[in-house]
Design a protein around this ligand. Structure first.
Ligand code: AHR
Length: 543
């Protein structure tokens, strides 16, 4: 897993961060270090749902420096690139095995007209990106460049079509252009533009936040429109096309209807009610849910750097409010769909902070600290706990926007603490979730009460048992003693991510302030005791 350029195993262990791993549990008594004991039980033979790798999806919107600068530099750039796509970013993303990429928005998708982004680059119209800062959009990154990008990183396409300001015909023709084989005029146009083979489209978002930037529609208006898109926007790829219009494909494109956001919650009930009565002329396979993590000051006001424990605890509290939000909407879905046929796509999630100083505030460029890493781990854990229903998720967003994996500045690139969580969680992709009984302990800051430890367990495809444990407490070590039915480990090996402060960030001057450090923990008589440092995320494999 950790070879080559993206190897992040540190040679020197920062003693303050890792002292928890170095002492046996009985040494804590009288050591002066405050450790709480936590018991964890796993049944290694239990059968849980598969953790769909698509919950580790990414989101690329034409917003700020996500596409232009973050991914696309153009073929003539001095920054190393392949056909205009920066090579450092591609290498970093290949390493974390990005399963799918949602594009071109977001709100921008609802203003996007695909024909402006095909053909000779110098002939493409320049337009204004009204959604994000009224800046000029060159359309240099269009359909061919997007598919080239996901091919280079080995990922699948999640296209979000324009329902708000587009037409059913426009979306139908876009899908035909992308997926059509044979000799239709649109397939020939794609070939003439340089790509003979059709591309696959794994996921199709039918609109984005149609209750707000996607057209400010009532649920009723949206549903009437959504049915027409679901009926007519067809995937013609030979491996995805339905045999006829009354029978679905064996490998269908997953169509995702707009679902809830905070303050717009009626969509879940109304869309699911409509789905319940669908017939074989239209269908959807997914429902979207958007929610961002914010602190006490609200969107764009909470600092991303130089904050204290109060802000840290408030963000973690708000992360658990996400779990309550998801549970509420899953309960509505369960009512109409007890068999989990319709997946819940959490296709926008992450922290929304104050923009970095001296940046355009509508570019949403924010720093990313150890706190973001903890928030990311707790989100991924909650998706795993609901793996039956949540089979797709997309963190917002990939580069230079919101809770990004990657920050760039001209030729420089850095990996954020959140990137390292996605790196550490790779073994959970398509693994089998195992039920975990965890005494979570308690972390209290003023009047905020939180669990101290959050964790998941899974059996990977090659049969190994993995644990991911987050110690939320900003000060106390958690001594987690494991009791695993059906398996006696002799050793656990893996990585821990922590830092001197909850607000520690990676910068271009110090890009490795928050990086995973290798750990090895021997077991005694089949029992492991993992000492989790304060404010840390640990992923280990049992041997
Ligand atoms: O991710 C930024 C924006 O947040 C998206 O464009 C929109 O869908 C959401 O409101």
């Amino acid at each position: 897993m950790r070879r080559g350029r993206f190897t992040r195993i540190r040679k020197i262990l920062p003693i303050t961060a890792l002292i928890g791993f170095l002492l046996p549990i009985d040494c804590w008594a009288g050591s002066g270090i405050d450790a709480s004991e936590i018991k964890l039980h796993i049944d290694s033979q239990a059968s849980g749902p598969t953790i769909n790798s698509n919950i580790f999806g990414q989101f690329v919107e034409h917003l700020g420096a996500n596409v232009y600068g973050g991914i696309w530099v153009g073929p003539d750039s001095p920054i190393p690139n392949v056909r205009g796509i920066r090579s450092d970013v591609v290498a970093a993303l290949k390493h974390i095995k990005v399963p799918n990429v949602r594009w071109p928005g977001g709100c921008y998708a609802e203003e996007y007209h695909w024909r402006k982004g095909i053909g000779a680059t110098d002939q493409r119209p320049e337009t204004i990106n009204i959604a994000w800062g009224n800046v000029v959009e060159t359309n240099a990154f269009g359909t061919h460049e997007f598919f080239d990008f996901i091919d280079q990183i080995g990922s699948e396409a999640f296209l979000n079509i324009n329902v708000g300001s587009g037409t059913v015909q426009e979306a139908t023709e876009w899908l035909e252009y992308i997926t059509g084989s044979g000799s239709t005029t649109l397939a020939r146009e794609r070939k003439a533009n340089g790509h003979a083979e059709p591309w696959k489209v794994q996921f199709l978002g039918i609109g984005n936040e149609s209750w707000a930037c996607g057209g400010a529609m009532s649920a009723e208006t949206y549903i009437a429109l959504m049915k027409r898109y679901a009926m007519f926007v067809r995937n013609l790829h030979p491996e995805q096309m339905a045999p006829n219009r009354f029978v679905s494909s064996k490998s269908p494109m997953i169509r995702i209807a707009v679902g809830p956001g905070e303050g717009f919650e009626d969509y879940t009930e109304e869309v699911m009610k409509a789905w319940k009565t669908h017939d074989n002329r239209w269908n959807i396979e997914g429902l979207s849910l958007h929610r961002y993590t914010m602190g006490p000051r609200g969107a764009m006001r909470d600092p991303g750097t130089d904050f204290g424990e109060a802000d840290y605890a408030a963000f973690i509290e708000n992360t658990y409010a996400m779990e309550a939000f998801i549970d509420k909407h899953i309960a509505i879905m369960d009512k109409y769909d007890p068999q989990n046929e319709v997946l819940l796509a959490v296709d926008e999630w992450g922290t929304w902070l104050q923009p970095m100083a001296d940046t355009n505030m509508l570019f949403l460029k924010q720093q990313n600290s150890l706190r973001d890493a903890v928030v990311a781990a707790i989100h991924l854990n909650m998706f795993v706990r609901k793996a039956n229903r949540i089979r797709l998720a997309n963190i917002a967003q990939l580069a230079n926007v919101l809770q990004a994996m990657i920050l760039t500045e001209d030729e420089k690139m850095l990996l954020t603490p959140t990137y390292h969580i996605f790196e550490m969680y790779v073994p959970f992709q398509n693994a089998q979730a195992l039920p975990v009984t965890l005494e979570q302990g308690q972390y209290q800051f003023e009047n905020i009460m939180l669990p101290q430890v959050d964790g998941i367990a899974a059996k990977s495809k090659d049969g190994h048992l993995y644990l991911a444990l987050t110690n939320i407490d900003a000060h106390r070590v958690a001594a987690v003693s494991t009791n695993i039915d059906g398996f006696k480990p002799s050793l656990a090996t893996g990585h821990v991510l922590t830092a001197p402060g909850v607000d520690t960030v990676n910068t271009f001057e110090n890009p490795d302030a928050v990086v995973p450090v290798a750990v090895t923990v021997p077991a005694e008589s089949g029992k492991l005791i993992l000492h989790l440092p304060p404010r840390s995320v640990t992923v280990v494999r049992m041997q």
